[in-house]
Design a protein. Structure first.
Length: 130
């Protein structure tokens, strides 16, 4: 089964990381690298990426045969998607365990950040006879 694990942060949380002590930033980065290596070694990593800040996002719609690009409107909210993993594993329980480990990434002083990780199964295309 494939799952998308999405890391959400608050409007200020993401940029707040830039204000951490250098050793805390380094510990978080090393944790993420080791976590990704572990998923790769286990054969569970399909793909992962961090995302740019929301001010770089654009909304695209089809209008009169051409793409219409705007910088909004975005739904109001205090959280945004900052990164994701697509993993392949045997069960939801394993996907939850992977998400919990991602959430345990160290923050200031080494304490787990507890950042929310949304876990969603990938559904695939609809059946041909739908």
């Amino acid at each position: 089964m494939r799952f998308m694990l999405m890391m959400h942060v608050g409007q200020d949380d993401g940029r707040e990381v830039l204000e951490w002590a250098q050793e805390d930033i380094a510990a978080m980065i090393e944790f993420q690298r080791a976590f990704d290596r572990e998923l790769e070694e286990n054969g569970e990593m399909v793909f992962n990426a961090g995302l740019a800040w929301p001010d770089q996002a654009r909304i695209v719609t089809y209008t009169d045969g051409t793409p219409a690009v705007s910088d909004g409107p975005f739904p109001p909210g205090r959280e945004f998607l900052i990164g994701f993993w697509v993993v392949e594993c045997d069960s939801e329980e394993r996907a939850y365990a992977i998400a919990a480990k991602a959430s345990s990434s160290p923050g200031p002083g080494g304490a787990p950040t507890g950042v929310p990780i949304e876990v969603r199964p990938l559904a695939g295309p609809p059946p041909v006879d739908a």
